[in-house]
Ligand binder design. Structure first.
Ligand SMILES: Cc1cc2nc3c(=O)[nH]c(=O)nc-3n(C[C@H](O)[C@H](O)[C@H](O)COP(=O)(O)OP(=O)(O)OC[C@H]3O[C@@H](n4cnc5c(N)ncnc54)[C@H](O)[C@@H]3O)c2cc1C
Length: 819
């Protein structure tokens, strides 16, 4: 076993960075863990550093794929070999076109590498890479532990029982040792990473294939999920969404996802009766209690799950698992013995929680653990030792860290929004000594319900004012708000908002802002206005936020005059005509140059209701590709633009004089004077690019739509058009947010979208835009912007698009095989 000191190794992925370096030598920042907190931390460091790089960053991680938050999308879209193909829930860190590593100037990345020692006196870590016995030492100036968690596993007894056996699973064909709880039982698992999700998918496929020709023998065609918390509900609701999609497709419903082709390629599904049933076994009385912490909310979700999904789902609460029954002939589990009886099944998944990864810190740093089992850190994310000292130059964030909360308690917030917030706060502290307050926020979507959990939403402190809105519980709408009160002043400290509509989701986003603003509002606002109203009014909230932000933190609106003014301004704002939740473009009457069929498709995809979760405007960066969705989206845009074009040209009354477009960032955007060319035709191609980026914003579709509407409008002067852009912007952003799955889970990114939009506005309006032909200019500018800023690959035809996708798949496959 060799011991070496690290130099930039040839096997490591290295990247160039666009930031400049200062004259002082760079310090070395080592980040251990390439999960969501590690990557967010690197992103934050680079963003705060801006142009002047202070750190050389080295990322060391056991994995090469950051996927945890969206692992189960795999089930929803049911694509085969998702990791190799279209898995869009994660960030591939590996690969030569690696946008994250390049974009954030990570100087060196070591995949499949474990750090096993930290010497905080000499500031040296030691690591080993899979496939090598070498132990390599590496110096750090600053170290960030982002080592996450591991599945919590309960060792239920196992019993040999050979009188039954699972038929349909071919053990030989299974990849064994993927999170198996008992190494001898290959169909009894936990889930922690994409490989395990893939494995489950393979098992499900084998079952389907078997039962398709043995339909009278469906007894064991069942998956048992042990656990009734967030993880369990997450996996189950994704599988069920997949089932629903299949059902829609088989019923001939047009909007079904995934496509028929995908379903046929993946499972050849023809009959939904053969899809494995699911049983959730929970010890407790409630479903989802660990997250919701509210019995009425849990009961509402349980009722919905039973009523709506009873066909696929059986929920057994207050049930104890007694043992796992398996056959030692084929080493497969076939039943779960519970306090309620025996449940025959073919696959058992334990989803009973996550434990923080702590051993490295306890072993090497004498780190003290918090009551929730995480590495105890102070408000600056520095580790407490058992001797009550703080470990210098080492920080710790994410699932492994037990942080000190606002309320002075400690907790491990195991969700990705918190991982990201901690990453940003920690980076700010390191680089600028700026301290940020952390707020718990988690916004999952289960069984079609948007759930927003904010702050301290489960406090039983009798001094707090709790407001519960449950009149519409039958419609699955439930809200709870907790306020700290001082006299007639209320300060939000927590909220739980659940509902099937985007309104509830939007309320959640706005309450998060309110929580962060830490503002006291007069009782009059809480009682008499739309603050807690179910019919979310964006005008009201925009006004409230602008008024709140204009004030100093912790300064209440106090005097009667102030309160009266506030109320009247809010009333006036809320009485402004509410933005209709339909696409304004759809109202325009255009001559459609395309076939009627396409027009129908365009109109059906261009008018989402506020409750609609169709991804119409969502050009998600997350989808490593989600090619299908992208295709649909781009087709919609293309059709839309084609629909707009004739009208655009009809407005072509003035000449444009501009010939060059300096971008806001100083880059030259290549442009033409479209009006000079009489043969000009506007030809936006639907397959303009494929996605290679995860983090950046995709306000482009919004931008295109907005600008086209503006350009086609009767506003003639630049000022008038700009005014129109400003007016349309909120409305379009609102639509974008409504239809973006990703923004629902990343509320903080709404701000990013807004900023991207502003930048594009600046860019586009840096030339004179006066003719219809300028539509092409807008289109090109947006895509050039995408290319230069976001590093996307442009393709110009369906063939090229398919080829690019295939090449990408091939490349990834090779890379994985190499590994
Ligand atoms: C199956 C599943 C589904 C989830 N779904 C959601 C969801 O829908 N919404 C949500 O908000 N949250 C969800 N979560 C939780 C969320 O994903 C986590 O809170 C978040 O990913 C934590 O990020 P992290 O970077 O702290 O940890 P992790 O993602 O666990 O990353 C830690 C990384 O550190 C590496 N590592 C550990 N030790 C070492 C070492 N010694 N040397 C080198 N590398 C090391 C690991 O290999 C890993 O890559 C889910 C979690 C799981 C397991």
């Amino acid at each position: 076993m060799a011991e070496q000191t690290e130099t930039l190794s040839s096997t490591a992925t290295t990247a160039t960075t666009t930031t400049t370096t200062s004259s002082t030598p760079l310090k070395t920042m080592v980040v251990i863990g390439g999960g969501y907190s590690g990557l967010s931390f690197i992103q934050s460091i680079r963003e705060i550093e801006k142009q002047e790089k202070q750190y050389k960053i080295i990322l060391i991680t056991r994995e090469d794929f950051c996927s945890r938050p969206n692992l189960f999308f795999r089930f929803k879209f049911l694509q085969w070999h998702s990791k190799h193909l279209d898995y869009f829930g994660g960030i591939h860190l590996n690969g030569e076109n690696n946008s994250f590593i390049t974009k954030y100037g990570v100087d060196q990345v070591l995949f499949n590498t474990s750090v096993f020692d930290i010497n905080n006196v000499e500031q040296v870590i030691k690591y080993k890479t899979v496939g090598s016995d070498d132990e390599i030492s590496l110096h750090y100036d600053t170290l960030c532990l982002c080592i996450g968690g591991k599945a919590h596993v309960v060792n239920y007894p196992t019993e040999v029982s050979n009188e039954k056996s699972v038929i349909g699973l071919n053990r030989e064909q299974l990849i064994v040792n993927f999170g198996e709880i008992q190494s001898q039982i290959s169909n009894y698992l936990y889930i922690r990473n994409i490989e395990q999700v893939e494995y489950i998918h393979q098992l499900m496929k084998q079952l389907y294939d078997y039962y398709e020709s043995n339909e009278n023998n469906l007894d064991h065609n069942r998956i048992v999920i042990i656990g009734s918390g967030t993880l369990s509900i997450d996996i189950v609701s994704h599988i069920i969404e997949g089932y629903e999609a299949i059902e829609k497709l088989l019923n001939g419903e047009a909007s079904a996802q995934p496509s028929k082709q995908t379903i046929e390629e993946v499972w050849s599904i023809k009959n939904t009766n053969i899809l494995p049933k699911i049983t959730i076994i929970g010890r407790g009385k409630h479903l989802g209690k660990s997250l919701l912490r509210d019995e009425a909310a849990c009961d509402m979700i349980l009722k919905l799950a039973k009523e709506k999904y009873g066909k696929y789902l059986d929920i057994q609460l207050e049930t104890q698992v007694e043992s796992i029954l398996y056959s030692d002939v084929n080493n497969l589990a076939h039943s779960v013995k519970t306090s309620n009886g025996i449940i025959p099944c073919s696959l058992i998944v334990q989803a009973v929680g996550v434990n923080s990864e702590t051993s490295l810190a306890t072993k090497c740093l004498d780190a003290s653990l918090g009551v929730n089992g995480g590495i105890l850190v102070d408000e600056h994310f520095q580790i407490h030792t058992n001797n009550s000292t703080i470990v210098p130059n080492i920080y710790c964030i994410g699932d492994c860290a037990e942080i000190t909360t606002q309320e002075g308690k400690t907790n491990v917030w195991k969700n990705w929004t918190s991982a990201r917030e901690q990453a940003s706060a920690c980076a700010h502290h390191i680089l600028s000594k700026k301290n940020s307050k952390l707020f718990f926020s988690q916004t999952p979507k289960f069984f079609g319900l948007h759930i927003t959990c904010l702050g301290e939403y489960d406090s039983t402190d009798s001094n707090l004012q709790t407001i519960v809105i449950d009149e519409q519980i039958q419609k699955n709408i439930y809200m709870k708000f907790l306020f700290n009160t001082i006299g007639e002043q209320y300060q939000l400290i927590g909220a739980l908002i659940i509902g099937p509509n985007m309104n509830e989701y939007k309320l959640g986003l706005n309450f998060l802002q309110l929580l962060k603003e830490h503002v006291y509002l007069p009782k009059a606002i809480i009682n008499n206005t739309q603050l807690l109203a179910l019919n979310f009014n964006i005008n009201y909230w925009s006004k409230l936020m602008s008024l709140v932000k204009a004030r100093k933190k912790d300064t209440p609106f106090e005097t009667p005059e102030e309160i009266e003014k506030l109320l009247s301004e809010l009333t006036a704002a809320s009485e402004k005509k509410a933005t209709p939740a339909v696409n304004p473009l759809a109202k325009k009457k255009f001559v459609n140059p395309l076939e009627k069929k396409k027009q129908a498709a365009a109109s059906s995809t261009s008018s989402p209701s506020s409750n609609d979760t169709v991804h119409m405007l969502n050009i998600s960066h997350k989808q490593k590709m989600s090619s299908l969705r992208n295709l649909i989206i781009f087709l919609s845009i293309a059709i839309l633009v084609a629909v707009l074009l004739p009208s655009a040209l009809a407005h072509n009354t003035q000449e444009s004089s501009s010939s060059s477009t300096p971008s806001s960032s100083g880059e030259e955007v290549q442009k033409k004077n479209y009006n000079d060319d009489p043969s000009f035709t506007f030809d936006p191609h639907p397959f303009r690019y494929i996605f290679t980026d995860f983090f950046k914003c995709d306000g482009n579709v919004t931008a295109i739509r907005t600008f086209l509407v503006v350009l086609l409008s009767t506003a003639k002067t630049k000022e008038a058009k700009l005014a129109l852009v400003a007016k349309q912007k909120d409305r379009f952003l609102d639509l974008l947010i409504n239809s973006s799955e990703e923004l629902k889970t990343q509320p903080q990114r709404v701000e990013e979208h807004k900023k991207e939009f502003e930048k594009l506005t600046e860019l586009i309006f840096s030339v004179e835009l006066e003719t219809g032909k300028v539509c092409q200019y807008v289109y090109d500018t947006v895509f050039t912007y995408d290319q230069t800023k976001l590093g996307r690959k442009v393709v110009n035809s369906m063939e090229e698009y398919k080829k690019a996708v295939e090449e990408e798949q091939e490349r990834k496959k090779k890379k994985i095989e190499e590994l």
